[in-house]
Design a protein around this ligand. Structure first.
Ligand SMILES: Cc1cc2nc3c(=O)[nH]c(=O)nc-3n(C[C@H](O)[C@H](O)[C@H](O)COP(=O)(O)OP(=O)(O)OC[C@H]3O[C@@H](n4cnc5c(N)ncnc54)[C@H](O)[C@@H]3O)c2cc1C
Ligand code: FES
Length: 267
């Protein structure tokens, strides 16, 4: 059955600082919570319906989902995200979703390896929730600039998945990048080779390219979640076109944001 898309007024039920310049926003919106899949996103806005400033709605991945609640992780980087971080519980917010195509976790994969950098952790957290309900072993490899930018590890270990952390400055976990964590994990898991291992990554493009290259070398099944500036979020404006596949323009909001790594970084 095709997935329905809703444009709703959602009730904000919680706004919480979870790391430096990062807020978790919890929205009560049963129609979306009922059907959103890991990797899908929502468009938030208009953020100021009276002034329409900012004019464009803003895309955010679903970070977690339970009952009639969706959780979003908002990195405060500009005007829209700052406004979102200043909302308070009890206020309403317009939300359109669920949107896009999420992660396609292969049936029968024995190892699920999720590699997130910075705010790229947002959709991977929901994916980890999902994978931890499947029988497969799930590991979350998570890197950030420093310890203040890392999400609370309590929230992460609540997932019940194996977790390894890295920071660029060595203030928490491994001193280095999430890609290093992947190499360490592979070295410690000689049995995890080939198509039985599913690798999903989200974060800075350079990191995803490095992770995809490692995955390709070991013949893992790899998916990447892309970001692009978006206007409509529903495939209509072509504003988020990222690359061509066999001469056909691919829209991040519609065909993605999750793609097989080979389509993005080459086979
Ligand atoms: C599918 C999708 C899912 C996303 N999920 C999340 C998420 O879970 N959490 C999160 O914090 N952010 C997420 N983003 C990015 C988020 O949409 C932008 O950070 C946000 O729209 C910025 O709005 P702003 O008004 O605060 O910033 P602006 O004032 O519009 O811009 C501030 C700075 O951020 C840069 N920027 C803005 N939008 C993007 C973008 N889409 N990609 C790259 N750089 C951008 C601008 O170039 C500028 O340097 C996602 C984006 C996409 C496309
Ligand atoms: S944002 Fe309009 S087509 Fe993707």
């Amino acid at each position: 059955m095709p997935m329905k898309r809703f444009h709703n007024r959602a009730k904000i039920v919680q706004v919480e600082d979870v790391a430096r310049d990062t807020v978790r926003l919890c929205l009560q919106v049963a129609e979306i919570a009922d059907q959103v899949e890991p990797g899908q996103f929502v468009m938030l806005g208009p953020l100021a319906p009276d002034s329409h400033d900012p004019f464009l709605n803003r895309p955010f991945s679903v970070h977690a989902c339970h009952d009639d609640i969706i959780e979003l992780l908002i990195g405060v980087v500009g005007r829209g995200s700052r406004m979102l971080s200043e909302f308070v519980p009890g206020q309403d917010l317009y939300v359109l979703g669920p949107l896009g195509s999420g992660f396609q976790v292969p049936a029968g994969a024995k190892h699920m390896v999720l590699v997130g950098g910075g705010l790229g952790i947002a959709p991977l957290f929901y994916l980890a929730q999902h994978c931890s309900r499947l029988a497969a072993k799930t590991v979350l490899l998570y890197g950030a600039g420093n310890s203040e930018q890392l999400l609370s590890t309590v929230t992460l270990t609540d997932l019940g998945v194996e977790l390894a952390l890295a920071t660029d400055d060595g203030s928490a976990g491994h001193h280095g990048h999430a890609g290093d964590l992947l190499l360490n994990w592979i070295a410690a898991q000689p049995e995890a080779r080939g198509r039985d291992t599913y690798l999903a990554t989200c974060g800075p493009e350079k990191m995803m390219a490095a992770v995809a290259a490692i995955g390709r070398e070991h013949d893992f099944q790899v998916e990447v979640s892309l970001e692009a500036r978006m206007a409509c979020g529903v495939g209509a404006c072509l504003g988020c076109t990222a690359f061509d596949v066999q001469g056909k323009a691919v829209r991040v909001c519609h065909e993605g944001p999750v793609f097989p790594a080979g389509e993005v970084f080459g086979p």
